[in-house]
Design a protein around this ligand. Structure first.
Ligand code: MG
Ligand code: ZN
Length: 232
């Protein structure tokens, strides 16, 4: 009997993920040496990643230097939305691959002047499933969940939420209109993402954005302390 094909598939996945983990570690090393804080922004399509970034780039323009690496399946619409906000933007079109991998990020890094940045935000492809399996070398995994997605979404995608450092509940300005039960939604987020900082924001109205900025700035300051220790 030949070996069962399922075993072969599992081995391939392991090899791919093993290679990804090594590259992610190399990325992380590079980020640390450059004193960068790196975020991996993950969500379903249409949860407001680009809208959140548009506002963040403008509001923090005078405080920290942010670069953006955008991954998209097919178009460069998001990169065009984000350009002209004072931040360098590097787009990667994955050509159908539904997640970013550490090697793709490594290639994009060569296009940035990392020493001229404080924070690098990686806007991942809209997808809550396989993005959970690919470490990109980031320091913080930020999962966005919009109020339009239903209260039980965190329970349906446990892996991505379990490993989240921050969960941003987005589009809170339309929570009443979509009749979401915010109490249940918050409970489900807490259950699925027990170690995450949970913040509620609206990129449109600006509500809650200050708490997000404070979190970002605090995380960045603690990274730059790490950098100084590395240099010593
Ligand atoms: Mg987007
Ligand atoms: Zn994928």
């Amino acid at each position: 009997m030949e070996t069962a094909p399922t075993h072969w598939v599992i081995d391939v996945n392991r090899a791919v993920l093993g290679q990804n983990a090594r590259r992610a570690e190399e990325n992380r090393q590079r980020f640390t040496e450059a004193g960068l804080l790196v975020l991996n922004l993950v969500s379903s399509p249409g949860s407001g990643k680009t809208a959140l970034l548009e506002r963040t780039l403008v509001d923090l323009r005078d405080r920290i230097r942010i670069g953006v690496h955008v991954g998209d399946l097919q178009t460069d619409n998001d990169a065009r939305r984000l350009s002209g906000k004072g931040a360098p933007v590097v787009q990667i079109v994955t050509g159908g691959t539904c997640h970013l991998e550490a090697g793709m990020v490594a290639q994009a890094l060569d296009k940035f002047d990392l020493d001229a940045l404080d924070v690098l935000v990686i806007e991942n492809v809209g997808n809550l499933v396989c993005t959970a399996s690919y470490d990109l070398g980031e320091h913080l995994r930020v999962v966005l969940l919009s109020v339009t997605e239903g209260e039980d979404k965190p329970l349906k995608y446990p892996v991505i939420f379990r490993n989240a450092d921050v969960v941003l509940i987005t589009k809170t300005d339309i929570a009443a209109a979509v009749e979401v039960d915010m109490v249940v939604l918050r409970e489900n987020v807490k259950r699925a993402a027990p170690r995450a900082v949970v913040l509620e924001v609206s990129g449109r109205s600006g509500a809650g954005m200050q708490a997000w900025y404070d979190h970002l700035l605090t995380a960045w300051k603690s990274r730059s302390r790490v950098r100084k220790e590395v240099e010593l």
